[in-house]
Design a protein. Structure first.
Ligand SMILES: *[C@@H]1O[C@H](CO)[C@@H](O)[C@H](O)[C@H]1NC(C)=O
Ligand SMILES: *[C@@H]1O[C@H](CO)[C@@H](O)[C@H](O)[C@H]1NC(C)=O
Ligand SMILES: *[C@@H]1O[C@H](CO)[C@@H](O)[C@H](O)[C@H]1NC(C)=O
Ligand SMILES: *[C@@H]1O[C@H](CO)[C@@H](O)[C@H](O)[C@H]1NC(C)=O
Length: 362
């Protein structure tokens, strides 16, 4: 049967080959295409228990993804809820499944001002006390998952939008030394894990990108190990950057000799969805995935869950939603095909200096 003889309707009804996203990401030269998944969190939403089998099938069996990040379970709030009392239960739910499925595991996040256990901010610590707290947290949490994480987000969201440091218990007590200290302890704890600085609004050039580049250089100049910068990539359909802006921002970091990953990608839109908004959303995904696939040194893409009802967006941004690639009924957004197009496009011949070398198609 020749494809050319098939009607459009029949073509549309054909099931898609499995493993599309991760397969094409690898053909485009990336290490992985992945989806974060949750425990605990949105998954516990009442009324959604019945979707777990279908959800898990796409998450773990479909071949679409070959990487994951626990969206919540490794955060301080869950892993050290009281001082010296460690709890790896929630983080293990995702980590052990990821290891069993041989997924690349990104581990998230060690030192962050948010979703922090309340005891950390309840006392005015001396510098030495807070360093001990950071040390104990990193050695215990990272030590627990030692050898199992491809990468750790060591410090998360240390910057304001203008590139200055954000006020937090860590910065207010230790200044920028908290970043140096966290990366130092992290490298001593698991020397094989890639150590990342992770933040949002690093996807287009500006003061915040400069601030993150300053952090990379600060660590490198101090002889402290840093491997990568995570661009969270929480974007909006209505105002997403251009592909050239993404390439510019990503290249700012790769030029410093660190790798880049898109770590929490989603492209939210203002509800209700219209065909025009869904097209903009698709273009937003296409731009950033296309940029990552084209820049040597951008190594992988993680979407922040794949299933709209389990996204953090509706609870955080009033009136916005549908930010992921699968709708509530498990059909795919137009943006799914936008991502595929960007990945397929990046496997074609192309010779600009910022491009990665193009791997052969199999
Ligand atoms: C650890 O966390 C799990 C899951 O949140 C919880 O059920 C359990 O009670 C916790 N263990 C301890 C010792 O607090
Ligand atoms: C910490 O110090 C500030 C400023 O000196 C003070 O206002 C605050 O009450 C102190 N907090 C605690 C928990 O002691
Ligand atoms: C498609 O590939 C071309 C050539 O490498 C590139 O210039 C263009 O930006 C790519 N488009 C996308 C959406 O990735
Ligand atoms: C699935 O949901 C989407 C978004 O609400 C809708 O556009 C589509 O028609 C639905 N598909 C089916 C087969 O119900």
């Amino acid at each position: 049967m020749r494809v050319a003889t098939l009607s459009t309707a029949l073509l549309a009804a054909l099931p898609l080959a499995s493993a599309e996203l991760d397969k094409w990401a690898k053909k485009a030269g990336l290490k992985y295409f992945g989806a974060a998944t949750d425990s605990p969190g949105q998954r516990e939403r009442a009324g959604y228990e019945a979707v777990y089998p279908q959800y898990d099938e796409i998450m773990w069996e479909s071949g679409e993804f070959h990487q994951t990040t626990p969206t919540n379970g490794m955060k301080w709030l869950f892993t050290e809820p009281q001082r010296g009392v460690y709890n790896f239960t929630e983080g293990e739910i995702v980590a052990s499944r990821a290891n069993a499925e041989r997924y690349v595991l990104r581990c998230h996040a060690l030192v962050w001002h948010s979703q922090l256990a309340p005891w950390v901010t309840a006392t005015n610590w001396t510098k030495d006390e807070l360093k001990t707290i950071i040390h104990d947290h990193i050695t215990n949490v990272m030590g627990h998952w030692k050898g199992r994480c491809y990468a750790w987000d060591v410090v998360n969201e240390a910057l304001n939008e203008d590139g200055t440091y954000r006020s937090s218990v860590f910065y207010d007590t230790l200044g920028e030394d908290f970043i140096k200290y966290a990366f130092q302890v992290a490298h001593e704890t698991d020397p094989n894990a890639k150590l990342y600085y992770n933040d949002y609004n690093l996807e287009y050039p500006g003061a915040k990108v400069s601030g993150a580049a300053r952090i990379v250089s600060m660590l490198q100049n101090a002889g402290i190990h840093i491997d990568g910068v995570g661009l969270q990539s929480h974007l909006t359909a209505e105002g997403h950057p251009t592909i050239d802006q993404h390439i510019d921002a990503i290249s700012t970091f790769t030029r410093l000799g660190v790798e880049v990953a898109l770590t929490e990608l989603d492209v939210r839109l203002t509800l209700p969805a219209t065909p025009a908004l869904l097209a903009k959303q698709s273009q937003g995904y296409k731009n950033i995935v296309g940029a990552c696939a084209q820049v040597k040194g951008c190594i992988g893409v993680t979407i922040w869950d794949f299933y709209d009802p389990f996204s953090w967006v509706p609870a955080t941004f009033a009136g916005q939603g549908l930010p992921l690639l699968w709708y509530a009924n498990f059909t795919k957004h137009p943006a799914y095909y936008g991502v595929l197009a960007a990945l397929k496009n990046a496997t074609g011949a192309c010779s600009k200096t910022h491009k990665r070398s193009i791997p052969l198609l199999d």
